[in-house]
Structure formats: C-alpha cells, structure tokens
Design a protein around this ligand. Structure first.
Ligand code: COA
Length: 328
C-alpha cells in the first residue's frame, strides 16, 4: 500500500488586525465577554482587493517552496473553501492560474470548517490510486465578508486566512496513516449561508434586506455541544483504526472554533490541554483554513518534529467532521 505524506506546509494571514476592542466600538459587546466565552482576542481581515485565491496563492507558494516542487509539477489542486472568489469557476481554478500550475486539474470542496480534512482525504486517494503524484491541498477563507456585523453572537467569531500542504508519495513509515470524514445533512441548518444558491437566486432587494447572504448561526449553544462530541469521536476513530492511543500522539491540531470547545474535548478525551495546539486567540475561526494554518505554525515553531504522531480533527457546518492521523 502506498503511503501519502505532507512534504511542505505554508500559510498566509492578512496583515489587518481587528481586535475585540475594535469590535467594542461597533457592537454591544466587550473584550471580556468575547475572551471568556470564545478565547478569541483578535482576528485578521483581508484587504478589499484580496479574494480567497490571493490568500491561497501566498500559502500555496510557501508550501511549494518548502516541498521543493514547482507549480508545473503539480497534477492536482484541491481547495477547501466556503468563500470562493466566485461560485463558477471554482476558487481552485483561480488559484491554479495565479500560481501557474498549468498541468494540474483543480476543484473545490465544500465542507465548511472540516474542509481541509475532506480535501486532504480526496487528494490522498488520487495519489494512493497512482493517478497523480504531486498534489496541493489548500484551504482559504474570507469569512469577514460573509458576516452580518450587527449579529454580535456570530460576527465576533470569524476571521480570514489561508493554509496549504503539498502531498506526495513518501517512504519510511511516514505519512498519512488514515483519514476519516463524516457528514450529517440533517443537522445542516444550524450553520448556513442561506442566500446565493439556487434556492434564493435571483438575488433580490428582499433577500439582501433579509441578510440571506450572511452566515447564520442558529443556536450556537447546540452546535457547541455537538462539536465537542464529534471532535472527540473523530480522534477516537482515527486512533482505534490504527491501534494507537492518545499517549502515542505528540499533538492534536484541531479546528479552532472556540477555546471552550477544545477544553471540552480535552475533558472528554481525558487529556491535558498541553496536547492540543491552540492559536485561536490570534485568528478566531477561519473555517476550513484553521487546521492547515495551525499545522504550519506547529511545524515552524518546532512543536512537530520528524517521527511525531500528529492528529488533525475538525467539526463544522454541513454538518461535517473528521480526522487524520499523520506520522510526520
Ligand atoms: N457580546 C456580549 N454578549 C453577548 C454576545 C457578545 N458578542 N453574544 C451573545 N451575548 C449574550 C447573549 O445575548 C446572552 O445574553 P442573555 O443571557 O441576556 O440572553 C448571553 O450573552 C449568553 O449567550 P449564550 O448564547 O448562552 O453564550 P454562549 O456561552 O453559548 O456563547 C457562542 C455563545 C456563540 C460563543 C458559543 O455558543 C459558541 O461558540 N458556539 C459554537 C458555535 C460554533 O463555533 N459553531 C461552529 C463550530 S465549527
């Protein structure tokens, strides 16, 4: 059986910082509430002229440089995003043109905050099957453009950014041990962007007045509890599939939705928070991009060393959840 591994990671975070104190000026909220309830202190906001593929381009070029792969050597680009530049063509196609990956086929995956793990899973299967050799898996989001800035329960949570990984065949027991992905369509209405699709087009004054194009979070409390359960289940599934335990894992790289969700997961899995990589205070929830950004930071700050067992896990709108266990 071929083993597929990550040979380069990269990320890009826009420069502009939007702090909780900035939000205090436009919303009935305060730094203390946001920090205590979510763990978020600030988030980043893309420039007006930046689209998701622009953020993805920088992350992808950084990952390619580390991998030592040229854009022309890429055969596949899978981009996770719920905020593509356009619905047609796919966000991945804009990216393919921008990085000059003329020999790659490209397409998007819509799996909200679990998008990177879904994209990784899809790209992994193509390489395992011997169809392609070099693939770019990228997640990029401009969540701040989907928000109703008067909805204080939702808009304080989100930010912008991109993360990428180059994957190929690897040897010496390294690489992705397994990837597990799940959906529950029946729960999809708890986190959705109702407008912009065939259900609500053509876009009308009425649909805009009703803010149908913005991200709706229904009963954040309910998805909070489901998230804790699904994050934990996804970790347990990956470990039991590989006959490994949490003691074998160096670090869990989870989707960063809310610090309290991660604390709930630590409690449920009976592990210390030291084993869970957290950077939510700096960026908030960047949907699909949080996992590859955190992975890239953990590689660059030395948290992840060659040979370490790394467990990715995510939960998000859709509903979607999943995990991937990787020998680095
Ligand atoms: N600032 C100040 N007060 C706020 C506020 C804000 N930004 N947002 C909500 N409140 C208020 C509410 O109005 C409520 O007031 P009330 O008690 O007078 O009615 C109070 O704070 C508590 O609200 P509640 O919804 O119970 O807070 P919570 O502890 O559940 O936290 C979330 C709310 C949204 C932060 C939390 O539920 C969450 O993060 N859920 C997960 C959502 C998510 O990330 N889903 C996707 C997973 S990928």
């Amino acid at each position: 059986m071929k083993r597929v591994g990550i040979i380069g990671t990269g990320s890009y975070i826009p420069e502009k910082v939007l702090s909780n104190f900035d939000l205090e000026k436009i919303l009935d909220t305060n730094d203390e509430w946001i920090t205590t309830r979510t763990g978020i202190s600030e988030r980043r906001v893309a420039k007006n002229d930046e689209a998701s593929s622009d953020l993805a381009q920088v992350a992808a070029e950084r990952a390619l440089a580390i991998a030592g792969i040229t854009p022309e050597e890429l055969e596949l680009i899978v981009m996770a995003t719920i905020t593509p530049d356009t619905h047609c063509p796919a966000g991945a196609n804009w990216l393919e043109a921008k990085i000059g990956a003329a020999n790659a086929v490209s397409f998007d995956i819509t799996a909200a905050c679990t998008g990177f793990i879904f994209a990784l899973s899809v790209a992994e299967q193509y390489i395992k099957a011997g169809i392609y050799h070099n693939a770019l898996v990228v997640a990029s989001e401009i969540m701040t453009r989907t928000l109703d800035w008067t909805d204080r329960e939702t808009c304080i949570l989100w930010g912008d950014g991109a993360g990428a990984a180059v994957i190929t065949e690897v040897e010496n027991d390294r690489g992705i041990l397994s990837t597990h992905i799940h959906t529950d369509g029946a729960g999809g209405d708890t986190l959705l962007m109702p407008g912009g699709g065939s259900k609500t087009t053509p876009i009308s004054h009425e649909s805009v007045d009703k803010k149908l194009h913005t991200l709706n979070m229904i009963e954040g409390n309910r998805s909070f509890k489901v998230a804790v359960r699904r994050f934990s289940e996804a970790c347990e599934e990956a470990l039991s599939y590989n006959n490994l335990t949490l003691d074998d894992v160096k670090v869990i790289i989870p989707h960063q939705a809310n610090l309290r969700i991660l604390q709930g997961m630590a409690k449920q899995l009976d592990i210390s928070m030291d084993k869970i990589y957290v950077n939510i205070e700096k960026y908030g929830n960047i949907s699909s991009a949080t996992v590859p950004i955190a992975l890239d930071e953990a590689v660059k700050d030395g948290t992840i060393q060659p040979g370490d067992l790394v467990l990715l896990t995510a939960f998000g709108g859709g509903l979607t959840w999943g995990s991937s266990l990787i020998r680095w």
